[in-house]
Design a protein around this ligand. Structure first.
Ligand code: SF4
Length: 426
């Protein structure tokens, strides 16, 4: 979500006449887009912010914009006194405060100089910054902002606000613009992406939106994330199964494998519900890959409860497990009403256990691809090799002198490992 937001800010700044620079010391405007989903991410944001102080001291005219979840939807006043070096605070996914500030300042300067106003943000669909146009093969489109679910560990509803779907027309026109800029693959984003359209009575749901997007010429692949087990409809799964452009890859977090922990997290399903969902996804979408998220060390999680999570992952053998150690987040129910009682070392031990379990599972899944042909969309050259992904989102590297950027090619897998595969063009 932040990556998509940053691209839109960069593109808007370019329309105002700014150009990117790799060096913050040389910038007239610095945008720091922040994440606070875990304490470590928040600490990183503070570290970056203090690294900007010497620049602001040397050049007080530099405009510093703090954006994203550190700002949130209602934190601005508190932050103003805490970070006086920041000129503009922007909530997540909203570049307007910065753009308004720059246009107003620039207009004033021009008027004072007796020049007619010529500085305005044009309407249009230039989503990608100039450097990425014709280069980016894959792009994100946020379709649902915020979340109204309120899992007890999660700060996102407090910082990104209630759930709001974007009108389908906006999504479609952004997708067309991205395709015109060379993009071949689009990933639709939402905290619970399957809830797309629930707040727009006349609009399509996610399944309908995917069908409409699939009609765009030149768009080769469509993905969506993140799903919630309670909101995946059969119709959605059927669109994934039947629409060739929609990739057979589902990101659906389980978070824990023990019912008491799931209830404490207020996830709204049981481990058995999740097990049945995985079974259904696999039945309806042959060859599907499934990714999950897991939090270890949630308040009160006992060794036995953790073992239930371990056993569930060992049983389901999912393609990807994004693992996180629980960290207390302000405002959440878990922070206000529960005790963060699993010691840090024990959280790390549980994390490592799952990590090594998952490494074994993925090594086994990837090994099944050896000598098989798969289809890969190539994105970029990294250290002399072309990097691409299969429809199931598996990372594949190929050595080739051809320019493969943006091409979909058949490849034969020659080597596999836990994190990626190597292949030759078929
Ligand atoms: S559904 Fe996801 S974004 Fe929403 S509160 Fe739960 S974890 Fe956070």
């Amino acid at each position: 979500m932040n990556e998509a937001d940053s691209q839109r800010v960069a593109s808007a700044l370019e329309r105002l006449g700014y150009e990117p620079t790799p060096a913050p010391e040389a910038a007239d405007v610095i945008v720091l887009n922040t994440c606070v989903v875990r304490q470590s991410a928040e600490n990183k944001a503070y570290g970056r912010l203090s690294s900007l102080q010497p620049i602001k001291d040397r050049r007080p005219g530099v405009v510093i914009n703090l954006m994203g979840c550190l700002v949130g939807i209602k934190n601005t006043d508190r932050l103003k006194s805490r970070f006086p070096l920041v000129d503009i605070f922007s909530p997540p996914s909203d570049p307007r405060p910065l753009i308004d500030y720059l246009t107003q300042t620039e207009t004033r300067v021009l008027e004072e100089a007796g020049t007619e106003r010529r500085f305005a943000l044009m309407d249009g669909d230039l989503v990608l910054p100039a450097a990425e146009r014709g280069q980016a093969v894959s792009a994100f489109i946020p379709v649902v902002y915020g979340c109204s679910h309120a899992c007890t560990f999660c700060i996102i509803p407090f910082r990104r606000g209630v759930e709001r779907s974007r009108p389908a027309q906006d999504v479609l026109s952004e997708a067309r613009a991205l395709v015109a800029q060379g993009v071949k693959e689009i990933t639709l984003l939402g905290q619970i992406v399957d809830r797309y359209g629930k707040d727009i009575p006349e609009g399509p749901d996610l399944a309908g939106l995917l069908r409409q997007l699939a009609g765009i010429d030149g768009l080769e692949r469509i993905r969506f994330l993140t799903s919630h087990p309670n909101w995946m409809t059969d119709e959605l799964l059927d669109v994934v199964a039947s629409e060739p452009k929609v990739c057979p890859h589902i990101e659906v977090p389980v978070q824990a494998g023990h019912d008491e922990v799931l209830a404490n997290m207020k996830r709204g399903y049981t481990a058995e519900d999740y097990r049945r969902l995985v079974e259904k996804i696999r039945q309806r979408i042959p060859g599907v890959s499934i990714a999950t998220d897991v939090i270890v060390g949630f308040p009160g999680e006992t060794a036995d409860q953790f073992q239930a999570t371990y056993d569930l992952l060992a049983e389901l053998k999912l393609d990807v497990a994004h693992l996180a150690r629980y960290s207390s987040r302000p405002d959440t129910v878990a922070t206000r009403r529960m005790v963060d009682d699993v010691p840090a070392a024990e959280k790390m031990r549980r994390f490592r256990e799952l990590e090594s379990l998952q490494e074994g599972i993925v090594t086994e899944i990837h090994a099944r691809h050896l000598n098989r042909q798969v289809e890969v969309l190539f994105e970029e050259k990294v250290k002399g090799r072309w990097k691409g992904r299969t429809p199931t989102n598996k990372l594949v590297f190929v050595s080739s002198d051809e320019n493969l950027r943006g091409q979909i090619r058949q490849v034969t897998i020659t080597r596999t490992g836990p994190w990626s595969m190597q292949a030759d063009l078929a």
